[in-house]
Design a protein around this ligand. Structure first.
Ligand code: SF4
Ligand code: SF4
Length: 270
């Protein structure tokens, strides 16, 4: 029986998710006994552009060429999985969607700005159908490995839909948000990281996206009570998740009254 064919491709991001997978090293060799990696452009030569049993896609979509390529890849993939914050929610580059696009591009590229046509930053599910999501920035290599094994035995992985606070409390960590007034996004962010940052005394930065029905208004009320300024709130809420539907709804319906600097889609050519 032939082994399932796997592809790992990247669009716009820092390639950290692909590096995380490469970092599996020993486990990757074991994995190769179970699957056939036919396309991993960052790691090998002789790649084949499908067909794939499972295709993992890193990065967000920022121009028409990428949009076309992703659509073509989708036709060749039985299962397509978004990996990392960029692919799932737009990533840090989606901050651009909330600012004047022309001003940002001119600051970066000067007079060459028009030679580099871009569109609004899109998570991949804004372009094609996505079957599964592996969260985090970068993805946790063991979560990736568990996902592959689970799918290979016919499982249908589901996200836990618990906030980071749930895992943080289970570890009996001190709550730095309530006790030290350090702004932490744990109450609205999807668990699964074992509350990694708060376990080291650092705030949750939001890299796993929102829980279902995340209470952003209550979260922001508490942030303000703990001393966050308007720009702090925008920065924390927006950082990885600009195209997370709940973040977008909160920022553009409620927060835009507070933060007059939010300019979603301004000068966007789409
Ligand atoms: S999700 Fe994070 S690690 Fe992965 S490509 Fe995007 S910025 Fe890099
Ligand atoms: S430190 Fe952050 S993640 Fe932990 S309980 Fe407090 S708010 Fe939640």
């Amino acid at each position: 029986m032939s082994k399932p064919k796997i592809g790992i491709v990247g669009f716009t991001g820092c390639t950290g998710c692909q590096l995380s997978i490469l970092d599996l090293e020993d486990e990757l060799l074991d994995l190769l006994n179970l699957v056939d990696i036919i396309d991993f452009r960052m790691a090998m030569t002789g790649n084949k552009k499908g067909p794939y049993d499972i295709l993992f896609v890193e990065g967000s979509i920022v121009n028409k060429k990428q949009e076309k390529e992703l659509k073509e890849l989708r036709t060749k993939a039985k299962v397509l999985v978004a990996i990392g914050s960029c692919a799932c929610f737009g990533g840090v580059q989606a901050i651009r969607n909330y600012r004047n696009d022309r001003v940002i591009r001119e600051a970066q590229y000067g007079k060459d700005a028009d030679k580099l046509p871009v569109i609004k930053v899109k998570p991949i599910n804004n372009v094609v159908e996505v079957d599964h999501y592996i969260l985090e920035c970068p993805v946790n290599k063991y979560e990736f490995l568990d996902f592959v094994k689970y799918v290979l035995i016919g499982g249908k992985p589901k996200l836990p839909n618990l906030p980071v606070c749930h895992q943080c409390k289970a570890k009996e960590n001190r709550c730095i948000f309530l006790e030290d007034n350090i702004i932490c996004m744990g109450p609205v962010i999807q668990a699964g990281c074992d509350a990694l940052c708060p376990s080291y005394g650092l705030p949750c930065d939001g890299c796993r996206g929102s829980t279902l029905e995340a209470a952003y208004q209550q979260q922001v009320d508490l942030m303000v009570k703990k001393g966050a300024s308007v720009s702090d709130v925008t920065r924390f809420v927006l950082k990885y998740n600009g195209e997370d539907p709940q973040v977008k709804e909160f920022l553009l319906k409620a927060w835009i009254e507070q933060d007059k600097n939010l300019k979603y889609g301004e000068d966007d050519k789409e």
